[in-house]
Design a protein around this ligand. Structure first.
Ligand code: FAD
Length: 290
């Protein structure tokens, strides 16, 4: 189908982009890779009179470690993450996830910021950001502010972004020694969204017990979900099979998936349990645990 008519804006700076969003209010939408937004427009699930393309604004496409943080520019393509040596060697949780997102065509266009700002609980990267304890930097007409990933997702397709705000940078704490992460996704076929998926990032202390655990779930409810009970349960525990099983059970019980073509509520909860179990085992192993 052909989308409803819109005015296309291609600002050259963030200031210009934010001003356009402020001027056009609810009638304007940020356009990044277009991989989620264009299908919405073409299927006429939504329409906006003004699209503000942030894809050509300089300085929003980078991956770098700085001041104890991994910083990713919001317009960085998923394919860039996939090819990054830094991500592959130092952030295996992202290295696991990115090749599982959609297909190469979509990853060549889709951006990290678009994946996060879309507010879709089926997108893979939000759960990872919850597990890693990420912070999002956003810019609006009132200046810059930061939002913790666990404060960002408010309801289905609804985030803490104000209409005039643009997500500009994702900040992840560089994991300390004895840390490991993993992302495990069950999907029906290549290119599909998750039936269930789990992101786990944990750090072990000198005795091999869990010093910190972060667990995020994909497609497990109306928003990306942080399995807080499971993470709290693991803190201070030796991560043996018994602890893994209980943490996975807790995470599944925190989930509230909806029934759809990918399965019933019961099936998806059970798959969430299995995904958390697998992600925990890999993360523990990568952290140098058992
Ligand atoms: C066939 C197909 C399969 C897919 N499968 C998966 C999958 O398995 N897993 C997965 O995670 N994703 C999947 N996706 C989604 C894909 O990853 C998208 O690229 C991503 O969700 C959106 O990124 P984008 O840059 O294309 O954003 P756009 O489509 O341009 O924008 C998406 C939304 O975010 C807003 N937005 C974008 N960037 C910003 C910003 N910097 N600040 C504020 N708002 C912003 C837009 O206004 C819009 O509302 C799939 C997409 C397709 C088409």
């Amino acid at each position: 189908m052909i989308p409803a008519a819109f005015d296309y804006h291609r600002p050259g700076s963030l200031e210009e982009a934010v001003a356009l969003l402020a001027r056009h209010g609810d009638e304007a939408k940020v356009l990044a890779g277009g991989m989620s937004l264009l299908p919405v427009l073409k299927l006429r699930l939504g329409s906006y009179a003004h699209l503000v393309d942030i894809g050509r604004i300089p300085g929003l496409d980078y991956i770098k470690e700085e001041g104890g943080l991994l910083k990713i520019g919001a317009v960085t393509r998923q394919a860039t993450l996939e090819r990054s040596e830094l991500i592959r060697t130092r952030y295996p949780i992202l290295g696991d996830a990115v090749p599982l997102i959609a297909d190469p065509l979509v990853r060549n266009r889709g951006t990290v910021g678009g994946n996060l700002a879309n507010g879709d609980p089926a997108n893979d990267q939000p759960a990872i950001m919850l597990a890693l304890g990420a912070t999002f930097v956003v810019r609006g007409t009132r200046g810059e502010r930061t939002i913790a990933a666990n404060q960002f997702y408010q309801a289905l397709y609804t985030t803490a972004l104000a209409p005039d705000e643009i997500l500009t940078e994702i900040r992840l704490p560089v994991p300390p020694a004895r840390s490991g992460g993993a992302y495990v996704k069950l999907k029906r076929k290549t290119g599909d969204f998750a039936v269930a998926a789990a992101a786990v990032q944990l750090t072990l202390d000198g005795k091999g017990a869990v010093a910190r655990a972060g667990i995020g779930l994909t497609n497990a409810g109306p928003t990306p979900l942080e399995a807080m009970d499971a993470a709290k349960f693991l803190a201070g525990k030796t991560p043996d099979e018994k602890a893994i099983a209980e943490a996975a059970r807790l995470a599944a019980s925190e989930s509230s998936p909806g029934a759809d073509v990918r399965g019933s509520v019961e099936y998806k909860r059970e798959m969430a349990r299995v995904m958390v179990t697998r992600a925990l085992r890999t993360a523990i192993q990568r952290a140098g645990g058992q």
